[in-house]
Design a protein around this ligand. Structure first.
Ligand code: IMP
Length: 419
């Protein structure tokens, strides 16, 4: 009986999609447990580059079963577009099942997201404008519509009632909108959603576990965007941490074995909020350019900076990470020095943890390590990597007290090394 969890330890975009794709052959079931189309999981294989938003990253592996769990929020229009773009690849895809308890993103949820961001002005969250926050608000407010409701006779009435409530809220904002076109598309796209099998994912997964199947729970966003433990209010609206896999799929904590924590060899953030190690210099530009740090969902440039150990240690603890996976090692090649934030200056003190007041200007304290010049993307074998790169990996492992089991040095499946 085994469920492993794979999630991001920073502010998202760590490269989770790639690792799920690499690990899929070890699992029978890949299940997304939270978030929605705010995510953009990029996969690259056989010269194809493909971005998934709602669909689990195991979809291109024959034989695996992919589940969109109850903790996920689904925009039927985006889902339909995802299915269309997969169809265009003309590849055989694996089975996709959708939890009846997953909530639906309505057109008015997107409008509310945009209106709320506009009203916040310079304090905006920098949301992806996909309607994520308002949809989770309706979920916890007990007003939401779920995938299992689509076929109910009173679905349209319930939709209209919720829409009216949203329109009343929109009237409070000074916000222009047009809904009719969106609404027509939304109802049409429900037909695509209906074509897939809708399941009670908790029953399905309990049975699978009893039969000895292996499940990989796939997270979205990152730990520092978690609604409870992230840099609130600059966070997303779901639990991105390991506990979210339990509530987002209906699996109990004692069924979870390994927790794979994915992090970049440096750090990025898209949207607003604190980022203590952010760089505004040539090195930051180097990371952005070489790492192609532009959002897979919104195209926005990502803010870049050095790796932040107190934040990573925090993420390892709240998730119970058993194995680390370091991504994009190639991006910090060609730099003379690699900096690592080991502590912060805060209120005149030197601290090595992330405090509640993390939004109030933590000043990073760095240690410097030697860089390397070699192009790691050409590596055929990790043992051929320069000594400084090995030293960087070992330094991180020692500081983080957790083994780094995978090192990735490029976007392709082949540029992934197991240690
Ligand atoms: P929301 O999830 O669209 O409400 O956005 C809230 C915050 O999370 C914003 O700062 C977004 O940029 C950020 N965010 C949401 N999804 C992702 C993601 O998949 N990767 C990186 N940042 C994300």
């Amino acid at each position: 009986m085994q469920t492993d969890v794979l999630l991001g330890l920073q502010w998202g975009d760590e490269g989770k999609g790639k690792i799920v794709d690499v690990l899929t052959s070890n699992y029978d079931i890949i299940a997304r447990f939270q978030g929605g189309p705010n995510a953009g999981h990029t996969l690259e294989f056989d010269g194809i580059k493909h971005v998934l938003h709602t669909i689990p990253s195991g979809i291109f592996h024959k034989g695996s079963i992919n589940i969109i769990g109850n903790g996920v929020v689904i925009d039927p229009i985006i889902f339909e577009n995802e299915i269309k773009s997969i169809d265009k690849l003309d590849m055989k895809i694996s089975e996709l099942l959708i939890a009846k308890k997953a909530h639906l993103i309505l057109p008015t949820h997107k409008l509310l997201d945009a209106a709320s961001e506009q009203a916040k002005g310079k304090n905006k969250i920098g949301s992806t404008l996909k309607g994520i926050g308002p949809t989770y608000m309706d979920k916890t407010g007990r007003n939401g519509l779920r995938v299992g409701d689509i076929s109910a006779a009173n679905f349209k009435d319930r939709y209209d009632k919720l829409k009216q409530k949203h329109i009343q809220i929109l009237n409070f904002y000074d916000f222009d909108y047009e809904i009719w076109d969106l609404e027509e598309k939304w109802f049409a796209s429900l037909e695509t959603l209906k074509k897939f099998q809708h399941i009670e994912s908790e029953h399905y997964l309990h049975k699978a576990l009893k039969e000895g199947k292996k499940i990989l729970a796939e997270g979205a966003q990152g730990t520092l965007l978690d609604i409870d433990f992230g840099s609130y209010p600059f966070v997303t609206s779901s639990n991105t941490i390991t506990a979210g896999a339990c509530t987002g799929l209906g699996i109990s904590p004692n069924k979870i074995k390994d927790v794979f924590g994915i992090f970049k060899a440096y750090c990025t953030r898209v949207g607003s909020g604190p980022f203590p190690t952010e760089l505004f210099d040539e090195v930051g530009k180097h990371m952005q350019k070489v790492g192609n740090e532009f959002g897979a969902t919104t195209g926005r440039p990502r803010r870049c900076g050095w790796i932040d150990l107190p934040a990573l240690k925090y993420a390892i603890n709240v998730n119970g990470v058993t194995q680390l996976m370091m991504m994009k090692g190639d991006v910090i090649s060609g730099l003379d020095k690699i900096k690592v934030c080991t502590h912060y200056h805060f209120n005149g003190e030197k601290i090595n943890y992330l405090p509640f007041e993390a939004n109030d200007g933590l000043i990073p304290i760095f240690e410097e390590l030697p860089g390397w010049q070699e192009d790691l993307m050409q590596l055929q074998d990790l043992s051929d990597a320069p000594q400084s790169f090995h030293d960087y990996i070992r330094y991180l492992e020692k500081e983080l007290e957790t083994p780094i089991s995978i090192v990735s040095v490029g976007p392709d499946r082949k540029q992934t090394f197991f240690r």
